[in-house]
Design a protein around this ligand. Structure first.
Ligand SMILES: NC(=O)c1ccc[n+]([C@@H]2O[C@H](COP(=O)([O-])OP(=O)(O)OC[C@H]3O[C@@H](n4cnc5c(N)ncnc54)[C@H](O)[C@@H]3O)[C@@H](O)[C@H]2O)c1
Length: 467
């Protein structure tokens, strides 16, 4: 929670963070810019809160998390310890004992073995999309909230797909390979403009919707299929079934999550249902397309081209020779086909996405540490209270993580009941529950006693008081 001065500082830090992260022409981009505006608007003058019994906030940042995040934490006055790489287990155990927050990417494994040494840790920031590298359940049971950034790279994926639609329609990959090897092959047969063609988007979420707008602005007709009824953007039209989409689309692009229902969503019967000479694009998850079936459909000319960014098995690191039949049995067949674009899971890999991830995750961590809001946490009940007003003197914000068992709230309210409970919100997720309460008419002398009483309640996991 920030004072006007702090808001000003934060605003400056956000702005310099955005400038730092910009493209070569320093044009700041969505989602960064829109996120910035939203963050700043949500920080109207509010009572600055300081933690009781925490002291300075220490944060450990590993794996070269984006500069935008460092700017934000430093701007909050946190003590930042930054490393470009991950740490070995021993060093990590030593460092994690002291810190209140840790920021990682995908290489640092925060297992129970590591996390049980964290005495002060309240929050983990995964500056990436995935969170499998963290033992989410153990973290929740220890009262540690985990945040990530699932949608900061949506635009990057949508732009890649636009590039692929044109690349497939014009067979650019083949022409480029030919010319790299000395062959001049000027052809127009089966090369198309995309204007007036129909794009079928399967999964109209963050990426699908962005793509819809971009494709339409280039003159494409857009139809989409989604398990949910979703309001269309522009003049895009939702269709009722996947088969209906497959029968109408010239280009089919997949933007669904990996679930049991989406495994092999496109396989032999679906390729058969597609228009002759249509194209397939998959930048969602590797399991969504049956690639052996795609190979067969391309061999018989049913599918005229495909762009794949994701695969059922992907190499764990960069290097030559890793994308081979040992990884997936159909790779040599796939790579021998014409008009197939293969990219190494780079849909979301842009400078802009990285800086947006830095801003999004750092902001979530600051909001959790400074205000207690757990909105967006991946392992934790999501609870949020609006900020305290500047004139709310003698108010204390109680943050209380506890086991989700009957009777806890009664005990807690007995403790808080001597004060005026202005607001209270609680939610649970599995075995964990989280309560936020703003109580007023609290003398500063009472804060220590309040804290100790809450600490001594049965089923308590973590107590934090901000005042
Ligand atoms: N290639 C990359 O680098 C990259 C980067 C980011 C995201 N992704 C992947 O892209 C996919 C989409 O991401 P998003 O951010 O748009 O997700 P999202 O959650 O915003 O949207 C997914 C949409 O799919 C719909 N859906 C779910 N199951 C469906 C089904 N069986 N049939 C039709 N629709 C279904 C949902 O209702 C939702 O609207 C995810 O799999 C994500 O992991 C890939």
């Amino acid at each position: 929670m920030a004072s006007p001065q702090q808001i000003n500082n934060l605003q400056q830090h956000f702005q310099s963070a955005v400038a730092l992260s910009g493209s070569p022409n320093a044009v700041s981009t969505s989602p960064t810019q829109s996120y910035l505006a939203q963050r700043i608007n949500s920080m109207k003058p509010a009572k600055p809160l300081k933690p009781f019994s925490t002291g300075d906030i220490k944060i450990l940042l590993l794996e070269n998390v984006n500069q935008t995040a460092i700017e934000i934490f430093s701007g909050q006055g946190y003590q930042v310890e930054f490393y470009k790489s991950s740490l070995g287990d021993e060093e990590l155990i030593e460092k994690i004992q002291e810190v209140h927050a840790i920021g990682i990417r995908s290489k640092t494994k925060l297992s129970e073995k590591i996390l049980k040494h964290a005495k002060n840790l309240v929050v983990i920031g995964c500056f990436c999309i995935g969170t499998n590298q963290v033992d989410l359940e153990f973290a929740a049971k220890s009262g540690i909230a985990v945040f990530n950034s699932p949608f900061s790279n949506s635009r990057s994926v949508a732009e890649l797909v636009i590039a692929e639609i044109i690349t497939l329609a014009r067979q650019l990959g083949d022409r480029s390979i030919e010319l790299h090897t000395g062959t001049w092959n000027k052809v127009s047969a089966k090369c198309w403009e995309i204007r007036g063609k129909t794009l079928g988007i399967v999964g109209y979420g963050h990426i699908g919707a962005q793509l819809s707008v971009l494709a339409e602005s280039m003159g494409m007709n857009v139809i989409y299929y989604d398990v949910n009824m979703i309001m269309s953007l522009g003049t895009a039209k939702q269709v009722n079934t996947l088969d209906e989409l497959l029968g109408k689309a010239d280009f089919v692009t997949l933007h669904v999550p990996e679930t049991p229902e989406t495994a092999n969503l496109l396989s032999t019967p679906q390729f058969a249902a597609m228009k002759d000479g249509s194209y397939v694009i998959n930048a969602s998850r590797g399991t969504v397309v049956d690639i052996q079936a795609l190979v067969e459909a391309m061999k018989v000319g049913k599918i005229a081209g495909a762009a794949l960014d994701v695969y059922p098995n992907e190499p764990a690191k960069n290097g030559a020779g890793l994308f081979s039949n040992e990884l997936n049995p159909w790779i040599s067949e796939l790579t021998s086909l014409r008009n197939v674009i293969l990219t190494p899971h780079i849909g979301g890999s842009t400078e802009e996405a990285q800086s947006a991830i830095g801003i999004e995750v750092a902001s979530a961590l600051v909001k959790y540490v400074n205000e207690g809001s757990s909105s967006g946490a991946v392992n934790f009940p999501e609870v949020s209270l609006r900020a305290l007003d500047l004139d709310q003197n003698n108010s204390v914000r109680v943050l209380y993580v506890h086991q989700n068992v009957p009777g806890v709230l009664k005990t807690v309210n007995n403790v808080l009941g001597n004060h005026n409970i202005e607001k209270q919100f609680s939610d649970s997720r599995g075995d964990i529950a989280y309560l936020m309460a703003d109580i007023s008419q609290v003398d500063s002398a009472d804060i220590k006693s309040l804290y100790e009483q809450l600490e001594n309640t049965p089923y308590k996991i973590v107590t934090r008081l901000l005042y």
